[in-house]
Ligand binder design. Structure first.
Ligand SMILES: N[C@@H](CCC(=O)N[C@@H](CS)C(=O)NCC(=O)O)C(=O)O
Length: 212
């Protein structure tokens, strides 16, 4: 359990924040949540950029005033204060989990982030249809590789029989894929893992709101 209360700056539809919400729920870490309304541009206001110059959520504020940005850095910090571990202690297993988590967090998610989509449809003049095609393209490219990898491992979760940071990256990315109507039928292994993680206790409350 955490030594002192934490504050998470997040946004319900932020998938990077969802990774952290999942970790906090699974570890049972008490915390406060402050919403940074990404739709209204609150991430770019000085009051938030003073805390995170990158203007991105999630951001974790510790009781001593220090902050941690980047969801995977936050997950690693949470591993140091609460169980269950999300990154294995064994360095080779850690590398495997990290690689899978990064394949989502670095190779899929950033290409489809809000500011990228806004830049496509704004300065680059891309149509909504083309933007949605772009979105689906990067998810299917990444998921095709990940499906092959987790199928080869053949476990209950991405990296085998233990829940890990890779699963906490997968669930929000699956949510995003469904939100943008990406066809997930080619990814049965990912669908099964996503369902297994979301069936864990205390998970539903941290999920993003269902589309109206
Ligand atoms: N690599 C960062 C990504 C953070 C990120 O991109 N957050 C998004 C929400 S999911 C954000 O704050 N976007 C604001 C914007 O695009 O203006 C992490 O893993 O924490």
């Amino acid at each position: 359990m955490a030594e002192a209360r934490l504050t998470l700056y997040d946004y319900p539809l932020s998938s990077a924040s969802y990774r952290v919400r999942l970790a906090l729920a699974i570890k049972g870490v008490d915390h406060d949540r402050i919403t940074v309304n990404l739709r209204d541009g609150a991430q770019n206001e000085a009051s938030f950029k003073d805390k995170n110059p990158a203007g991105l959520v999630p951001l974790l504020l510790l009781a001593n005033g220090r902050t941690i940005s980047q969801s995977l850095a936050i997950l690693r910090y949470l591993d140091s204060i609460a169980t269950p571990r999300l990154f294995p202690l064994d360095s080779l297993e850690d590398a495997r989990v990290s690689a899978m988590a990064l394949s989502i967090a670095c190779d899929i998610h950033p290409l489809n982030n809000l500011r990228i989509l806004k830049y496509l449809t704004g300065p680059l003049g891309v149509s909504e249809t083309a933007k949605n095609g772009w979105y689906a393209h990067w998810i299917t490219t990444g998921f095709t590789a990940l499906e092959a990898e987790v199928s080869a491992i053949g476990g209950s979760f991405c990296a085998g029989e233990s829940l890990s940071a890779a699963d906490l990256c997968l669930v929000p990315q699956m949510f995003n894929a469904r939100r943008f109507n990406v066809d997930l039928t080619p990814y049965p292994a990912l669908i099964a893992i996503d369902a297994r993680v979301r069936a864990l206790p205390a998970i539903e409350v941290v999920a993003p709101p269902k589309p109206a």
